[in-house]
Design a binder for this molecule. Structure first.
Ligand code: PBE
Length: 312
């Protein structure tokens, strides 16, 4: 223990001699030296220990979770850290309760998401660019959809909206407790100009079955329900099936499902896209300006992933 502390103390750049001397002379190695050593000259409290060196993740198959795992490999500041996995809902609950108690927490986060409207949050800087830059959310459909269902294909191809649109739907669900169907219906009713542009040139059909797949991420619950509602209004018999990320990609590539509006590229789902791109039809972006990263409450005095501290 004592040795480890000294080793780390030696590694902290810019640590002043007086700090070391103070730690030495006080005879309080337990309470004094390790924290002071961790603080270096940034002055930041040692949140990392309080968080048990854990990043609060979401579903194991999510791209942001694998990026967080890569960050643990890449950043010395995350040595000995773990990424917990559960679900987006569980992450949101943990964030909510940490926030209410002003406790430190690091979550795998993404934009668009309602949490930025509800809480004061910030992305940690990622100087190694492990989480990539700006992302697009793209629409992918199965091969043959255009021939089999030209009207659905046209609508999916024309579907595009903005961050603020998606956030409205997400916020109605998270803040007002509306069901995803209800929130989607309300958004569609008050945005007829956009919906008209998506359905332009598409003829109505009579109960043709179509299956959209998605993952239970708040952003994808919103988008899938909105486009699902529009397809329903056009006369389609729409099934929306929630899967894990990998199976979502596989089901469209194999032709089992007809399409999805949940492809985060180029980074987040880059490996899924590489695996399946020859078996999919890429209909382009339905939303631009998306982002993933590590997110913390603003009350935490850390700005960069590099401000976190490795486990002993
Ligand atoms: N997300 C939301 C997904 C894509 C959409 C950022 C949680 C992911 O990480 O795979």
């Amino acid at each position: 223990m004592f040795n480890v502390n000294w080793k780390r103390l030696g590694m902290v750049a810019g640590l002043s001699l007086s700090l070391v001397a103070a730690g030495c002379g006080s005879g309080e190695e337990e309470s004094g030296s390790s924290n002071e050593g961790n603080n270096g000259d940034s002055g930041a409290p040692n949140y990392s220990e309080e968080m048990d060196y854990t990043i609060t993740g979401i579903e194991a198959g999510a791209g942001v979770v694998s990026s967080a795992q890569s960050a643990v490999e890449e950043y010395d500041s995350l040595n000995g850290w773990e990424v917990s996995t559960s679900s987006s809902g569980a992450m949101a609950q943990e964030l909510t309760s940490a926030y209410e108690n002003e406790e430190p927490i690091v979550v795998t986060g993404w934009t668009p998401h309602w949490k930025f409207a509800k809480f004061e949050l910030k992305y940690l800087e990622d100087p190694k660019e492990v989480f990539g830059g700006e992302e697009e959310i793209k629409t992918m459909v199965r091969k043959g959809l255009e021939e089999d269902m030209p009207n659905a294909h046209k609508i999916l191809d024309q579907f595009e909206w903005e961050t603020g649109d998606m956030e409205k739907v997400m916020l109605e669900i998270s803040e007002e407790g509306s069901s995803p169907e209800e929130a989607a219906k309300n958004w569609v009713e008050s945005n007829s100009d956009k919906v008209e542009a998506w359905t332009k040139g598409a003829e109505k059909v009579d109960g043709k079955e179509i299956e959209l797949v998605y993952v239970n991420w708040d952003s994808e619950i919103a988008s899938t329900n909105v486009i699902g509602h529009v397809l329903q209004q056009q006369g389609f018999d729409v099934t929306m099936t929630a899967l894990d990320n990998g199976p979502m990609w596989e089901s469209v590539a194999s032709g089992e499902a007809d399409g999805m509006v949940a492809a985060w590229l180029p980074g987040t789902h880059g490996s899924q896209y590489e695996d399946h791109k020859d078996d999919l039809v890429d209909l382009g972006a339905n939303l631009t300006g998306a982002k993933i990263g590590l997110v913390v409450p603003k009350y935490m005095d850390v700005d960069s992933i590099e401000d976190l501290q490795p486990a002993e």
